[in-house]
Write a protein that binds this ligand. Structure first.
Ligand code: ADP
Length: 238
């Protein structure tokens, strides 16, 4: 990915505008976290970046092309979305689930297919569960299997919606390490939505804070550790 630019983006549900003219440039080959309190518009912004909802004005530009002009299949080769909630696919094995990530790539050799699926499972740390059904696994492992599906797409841009949910503190540290590894090994650009400012500070190169559908602060993680920042972003006084 050369560039991903969010330009003058506004989104509404019915008549209610929840994102107001957002301008953001996502740094390539880096990890960016979008933080903010519940209802600040984080998930809406991420969905707009994945072309899952249509903005009321503005656009998201992938390498200078409006994502609405990119075919769904091509977009799925460039960009993967890890959702907050996943459908119940307990009857599938991890291997079967992760294999679905190869659909956008169409006809490819069996060797390339297997290599991509196995590599994705390795990166997400679910290789040892490949032939177990999701219904037999812990919720944290199931989350990682869905992450492996996104990685099997071999995207250039990975969008993660609250990936730290359901993870205990040790697993959150592992997640932060996995994201760093993905960035370094795959040169992935990663955008993560989280309300967890500690996870954002530990795992990101850049942070964007939203409040009430507007960007109120952008910068390096070190700029987000002060008390004033918490007050500003979460509206709490400590
Ligand atoms: P966050 O991810 O920061 O919690 P969201 O993007 O989910 O915020 O939501 C932003 C606002 O949009 C909230 O007021 C929420 O209630 C509203 N909203 C989100 N999804 C929908 C929807 N499908 N229909 C109507 N309103 C929605």
């Amino acid at each position: 990915m050369k560039s991903f630019v969010i330009s003058g983006l506004s989104c509404q549900y019915g008549r209610k505008e929840v994102l107001h003219h957002v301008d953001v440039e996502i740094p390539a080959g880096a990890i960016t976290s979008i933080i903010g309190s519940n209802g600040s518009g984080k998930t809406t912004l991420l969905k707009a970046m994945a072309n899952m909802i249509c903005p009321s004005s503005g656009a998201c530009l992938f390498d200078d092309t409006d994502i609405r002009k990119i075919s769904r299949r091509t977009l799925a080769q460039k960009l993967a979305f890890f959702a907050q909630e996943h459908p119940d696919c307990g009857y599938l094995t991890v291997y079967e689930l992760v294999s679905m990530g190869r659909y956008p790539h169409g006809n490819e050799s069996a060797e390339k297919f297997r290599e991509a699926v196995e590599n994705a499972m390795r990166l997400a740390g679910v290789e040892e569960f490949a032939h177990q059904r999701l219904s037999e696994l812990s919720s944290g492992t199931v989350q990682r299997a869905w992450l492996a599906l996104a990685l099997a797409q071999e995207p250039e841009l990975l969008l993660l919606d609250e990936p730290g949910n359901f993870l205990d503190p040790a697993k959150k540290l592992m997640l932060a390490a996995t994201l760093q590894q993905l960035k370094e090994e795959k040169n992935l650009t990663i955008v993560m939505v989280t309300h967890d400012i500690d996870l954002a500070i530990k795992s990101s190169d850049h942070i964007i804070a939203l409040s009430d559908g507007r960007v109120i602060k952008k910068g390096l993680p070190a700029e987000f550790s002060g008390r004033e920042t918490l007050e500003e972003i979460y509206g709490i006084s400590l």
